[in-house]
Design a protein around this ligand. Structure first.
Ligand code: ADP
Ligand code: MG
Length: 618
């Protein structure tokens, strides 16, 4: 198993080309690299600051801004300003509907399990596209600051991210023109930044406490032979520094005897107060009291009062730490190191309480909002083979996956995964009464299977006849140390199964592997847009199938006008499917969805929601 590095300009193998590390955060994102002195360093392009707020603004003239400037639009133009997109990455509407009111921009309510979409003006965006805009900005800043093309990156994700959230992060990188060498867990990166886990001889158990702008998580990791294993994670995806700011704002509102509802309707004032509160919070690092004014509102608070206000929140994080230890079946004494991550761990009370809980000093020597990016840069350096002290583990040079609807490649084991490895995913059928499922296994980086290399194909036969979306077919890939890939498919409700074995490296040369990687980079953009069009079309076709069937079954419940109007919507959708334009398709899907939603609710018929479930294999 070879690790292939390629020079994009010449196509030759080149070790020197820089690989950056990227922390794609909910609140802030940043990029780091290994400097000529072999130290990890964050990039500050032309003094613009290290942290790039993860905010994207869409101007009326089609102009797009990312970062600090975009953040200013959160008050003046909230509908066209996208923040916290990381919360939507790799998620469906069903996943996020409980907190849909959190977003000030339009998240499409399609009541389905397909990837969520956002509407800005007349355009539909996926979280992948939006994240790619942030990544593009980071890439541009890195290129500008380092005066060299940046084409390869390691990107971090929270340890609790699932498979589709990781895949979405990869796709965002790809769309930004980056060859994503590996997706690394944020706590793993933080640990590497502190040099923990670099020595393959050492065995350690560590806790990584990450309190950011809007999210909190704690991970317990076991490090052995240079491999990081996540023993447990815990946290609260709606707890962070933003809560500290609002606690201060609430306090000022009360002290000034203001009416909270009035303040909140005045967006500009509310934002000013929020910014002032954040300033005060940060000032407590070196002063014990803040005394300021906005108009005739007194903004006064002592550190002691502040700590009293946030105490319940910090206590909540400590409870999460307890739970994480419990889930990892560990005692506090078994934790060797505690690492502080996230801007909010700069708050003294947080550090104090975490240190007290674990009964040891915590690692806070590095900037907590930079450690993840620094560690990602170190991981990148290891992957580039620049660290002779670290043994590079065998990795699989090309991704392994299966064909899904529309001829798309669904990656199950991503390239550069350590070997041995195993991974699996669940699929379902797309047609009622489907009893066979074709499983075609491919290798390669392209989004369309026709551009990849076919390794095997077989039928999973004898699936009991069920409505579309009901069967649960689990496909597992096991790649052993000898490079043999075992593919297992099993329908979980009936137990029907089938298994085949192949050797992915058989019959392919290093040159061919290199060529395949090259092609995937040159075609990355086209590939992703083709994939998005195919996905839109598949979703649309599924919608036509479902709605037609729904109308057929329920003609008696619908009025003649309703049937006629539904037909009209169906016609528009079918035309849209032929248009070859993803936005047109999404518009039509959205329209028919809005129109038919009341029927489904009215009839309490499960058919629609059931048929929409899950991804399906042809
Ligand atoms: P994320 O990982 O969620 O993208 P960060 O790790 O960058 O976010 O953390 C952002 C949070 O850190 C914000 O709430 C910000 O106010 C807070 N923060 C930054 N500096 C300080 C400081 N000196 N004291 C307290 N909080 C801080
Ligand atoms: Mg973070």
């Amino acid at each position: 198993m070879a690790k292939v590095s390629i020079n994009l300009a010449t196509g030759s193998i080149q070790k020197e080309e820089l690989i950056v590390g990227i922390d794609l955060g909910t609140t802030n994102s940043l990029v780091a690299f290994i400097n000529p002195d072999k130290n990890a360093q964050v990039i500050n392009d032309m003094g613009k600051g290290v942290l790039v707020p993860s905010v994207v603004h869409f101007g009326a003239a089609g102009d797009i801004t990312v970062g600090n400037e975009a953040r200013d639009y959160l008050i003046t133009d909230p509908q066209n300003t996208v923040f916290s997109v990381k919360r939507l990455l790799g998620r469906s509407y069903k996943d996020i509907e409980n907190y849909k009111d959190f977003f000030s921009y339009k998240v499409i309510d399609d009541d389905s399990e397909s990837p969520v979409k956002i509407r800005v003006g007349d355009k539909f965006y996926t979280p992948i596209e939006l994240s790619s805009l942030i990544l593009k900005e980071l890439k541009a800043r890195a290129e500008h600051a380092l005066k060299t093309p940046v084409n390869r990156a390691v990107i971090t994700v929270p340890a609790y991210f699932n498979d589709s959230q990781r895949q979405a992060t990869r796709d965002a990188g790809k769309l930004a023109g980056l060859d994503v060498l590996r997706i690394v867990n944020e706590p793993t990166a933080a640990s590497l930044a502190y040099g923990i886990g670099l020595n393959p001889e050492e065995t350690k158990t560590i806790a990584v406490y990450d309190l950011g702008g809007g999210t909190f998580d704690v991970s317990i990791l076991q490090i052995q032979n240079g491999i990081f294993e996540v023993l447990s994670t815990n946290g609260n995806t709606f707890l962070g520094g933003d809560d500290f700011d609002s606690a201060i704002v609430d306090y000022w509102i009360e002290k000034n005897q203001l009416n909270k509802a009035d303040i909140l309707t005045d967006n500009k004032l509310a934002q000013k107060l929020r910014l002032k509160a954040e300033e005060a919070k940060k000032a407590f690092a070196h002063q014990s009291m803040v005394n300021d004014k906005i108009g005739d509102i007194w903004c006064t608070i002592t550190r002691e009062t502040f700590e009293g206000l946030i105490l319940p929140k910090v206590e909540e994080t400590i409870t999460c730490c307890k739970n994480a230890l419990k889930d990892a079946k560990l005692d506090i004494l078994q934790i060797d190191e505690v690492i502080m991550v996230g801007g909010s761990t700069r708050t003294a009370l947080v550090k104090k309480m975490v240190a007290e809980f674990f009964g040891r000093p915590v690692h806070d020597e590095l900037n907590p909002d930079e450690v993840v990016a620094l560690g990602a840069a170190i991981q990148a350096d290891i992957l580039a083979g620049n660290r002779t002290d670290i043994l590079l583990l065998d990795v699989t040079p090309l991704s392994l996956g299966i064909e899904t609807m529309g001829g798309l490649m669904d990656v199950i084991i991503p390239r550069n995964s350590k070997v041995p490895t195993k991974a699996g995913r669940q699929y379902t059928t797309s047609i009622d009464g489907q009893v066979n499922m074709k499983i075609a296994v491919y290798q390669g980086e392209r989004d369309l299977i026709k551009e990849n290399r076919k390794l095997a194909e077989f039928d999973l036969k004898g699936i009991p006849s069920m409505p579309a979306g009901f069967p649960k077919v689990e496909i597992n890939f096991l790649l052993n140390a000898d490079g043999i890939l075992k593919i297992q498919a099993m329908e979980l409700r009936s137990g029907v199964k089938q298994e085949v074995e192949v050797k992915p490296t058989y019959g392919i040369t290093d040159d061919q592997v290199e060529q395949m990687l090259m092609d995937s980079i040159t075609h990355a953009k086209d590939d992703v847009s083709q994939r998005m069009l195919i996905e839109a079309r598949t979703e649309g076709e599924q919608m036509v199938y479902t709605v037609e069937r729904f109308v057929q079954k329920n003609t008696d419940f619908l009025s003649v006008e309703e049937v006629a109007e539904t037909d009209q919507y169906l016609k528009t959708l079918k035309e849209a499917l032929n248009s070859g334009e993803k936005d047109v398709i999404h518009h039509a899907i959205d329209a028919i969805n809005e129109f038919t939603r009341p029927f489904a609710e009215r009839l309490m018929d499960q058919a629609i929601s059931v048929a929409m479930k899950g991804k399906s294999v042809e």
